[in-house]
Design a protein around this ligand. Structure first.
Ligand code: SD4
Length: 344
């Protein structure tokens, strides 16, 4: 009831109460719109454009979220796809998952030498009786499906970063703590937020969309943690952790320290919190609070961010600490970057 009242109040104040710097209404609960696509980090701006091209023509959310993140997988330098930082043995390994409005889902993990893991994940969803394929089996399936096997060679930026990392070979993985006022120095010592060639640099993109027919879908794709142990998987290919969609309620995706997202089944938790009546922003905040409660003082050493949309097209995002942002697109001329609210 409270939620309904809030929603009606919001609808009646309309756009005048929206601040375009943060694009959030005064109550922190943006008014709903359809279609809508949101995605993690600044590279989401480009990804959203491709997703929007599908959505604005009445296309399905599942096509939008696949085509959207393919843009980021294509980016050449130290980002999400094959141009990304390798594991500590020097190999780029990719993880991705996708989920549609019927709760169909597909996932690949520890996949090497394939440019578009998200599309392989979709084939797993559509063409096999399974949800997840990993490693050489996932690669074998991709090749059988006609995906070309790409070179093992690192991108120039990744090669530079890897050589730098090898100088100390210290195993201290830290994900996405940027511009933080807290203790930790950013991983961006060798992975700046924006690269010289204009590409944005994060290891992951998560995207969720609501199409004109009111259907939800989501995608998440990553190279995981730079210089990770060989075989390490984070949350991104795990349905319920890095991504979750329930077409009756909403969709959520995560970025940041995957181990801590897995611990709370993060994206599933966000959707369940929305089911209980929380707005997307409140749901993301509560999930972040749960991680902070578990981690205690150690929460200062990590970053996790969640973004979510609900069935009405309202959206929100929250993170542990400063530095996380996400891109929101609701029209050709409305594709904006929103700073995630943070707790610490
Ligand atoms: C992982 N969650 O592998 C991913 C990393 C990430 O931006 O989000 N990086 O744990």
């Amino acid at each position: 009831m409270l939620q309904r009242r809030k929603f009606l109040e919001l609808s009646s104040i309309g756009l005048s109460a929206i601040t375009f710097s943060g694009f959030t209404s005064k109550s922190g609960n943006p008014a709903g719109k359809k279609p809508i696509v949101i995605s993690t980090w600044a590279e989401g701006l480009n990804a959203n454009k491709a997703a929007w091209a599908v959505l604005k023509n009445g296309g399905r959310a599942i096509d939008a979220v696949e085509q959207g993140v393919m843009v980021t997988e294509n980016s050449q330098n130290c980002c999400v796809g094959l141009g990304a930082n390798p594991d500590r043995d020097g190999y780029v390994t990719l993880d991705a998952c996708i989920m549609d409005e019927f709760s169909n889902c597909g996932s690949v993990a520890f996949l090497e030498r394939i440019k578009h893991p998200i599309s392989v994940a979709r084939r797993v969803m559509e063409k096999t009786p399974h949800v997840m394929l990993v490693g050489s089996g996932a690669q074998q399936f991709a090749v059988a499906e006609g995906f070309p096997l790409e070179s093992e060679k690192l991108s120039p930026d990744a090669e530079r970063s890897y050589k730098k990392w090898l100088e100390k070979s210290e195993y201290k993985p830290v994900i996405n703590i940027e511009n933080s006022g807290n203790n930790l120095k950013s991983q961006s010592a060798f992975a700046p937020n924006k690269l010289e060639n204009g590409d944005w640099n994060h290891d992951t993109i998560g995207m969720v969309a609501l199409d004109a027919n009111g259907n939800l879908s989501g995608s998440c794709t990553t190279s995981g943690m730079g210089f990770k142990m060989r075989g390490r998987l984070g949350d991104s290919p795990i349905i319920g952790a890095g991504l979750f969609v329930d077409n009756e309620i909403g969709a959520a995706t995560a970025t940041g320290q995957g181990e801590d997202v897995i611990r709370i089944c993060g994206s599933h938790l966000v959707v369940e919190l929305m089911r209980m009546g929380n707005s997307p922003e409140q749901a993301c905040k509560k999930a972040v609070e749960r991680i902070i409660k578990i981690k205690g003082d150690k929460a200062r050493d990590i970053q996790v961010g969640f973004i979510a949309i609900n069935k009405r097209g309202e959206y929100g995002g929250y993170c542990i600490q400063k530095g996380f942002n996400f891109a929101v697109c609701t029209a050709d001329d409305s594709n904006i970057l929103v700073d995630g609210k943070h707790i610490l």
